[in-house]
Design a protein around this ligand. Structure first.
Ligand code: TYC
Length: 101
């Protein structure tokens, strides 16, 4: 869903621009992808510091899924593709999806 907001304090009151929709990038659990691989990937693709990467990996491992970040459509799509490419190159069944916030 898109929301309208005022462009700036200087803008005329009736002047609005569309706020872009945002997408969560979500990692899904599986029984085969090594935990270390997921931690490395979270650091590499999502620029997470090690403690955060470990926390997100454990969240996915224990709860089934976890949010890696929230982005505009094109950025979220690139992140999902990067995760899928790394998983494929390393022959892991890791799944990653995006969902509108
Ligand atoms: N459950 C996996 C294991 O025990 C680890 C894992 C974590 C896999 C997160 C995927 O998105 C994932 N090796």
């Amino acid at each position: 869903m898109s929301v309208k907001y005022k462009r700036s304090p200087e803008a005329a009151p009736d002047q609005t621009v569309e706020k872009p929709p945002l997408y969560s990038v979500i990692l899904l659990n599986d029984d085969f992808t090594p935990q270390d691989f997921v931690v490395d990937l979270l650091q590499q693709v999502f620029s997470m510091p090690l403690p955060q990467a470990m926390a997100v990996m454990l969240q996915v491992h224990h709860r089934g899924s976890g949010v890696c970040g929230v982005y505009t459509y094109e950025i979220a799509k690139i992140k999902v593709e990067q995760v899928q490419a790394l998983a494929q190159q390393n022959e892991h069944p890791l799944r990653c999806v995006m969902r509108e916030v």
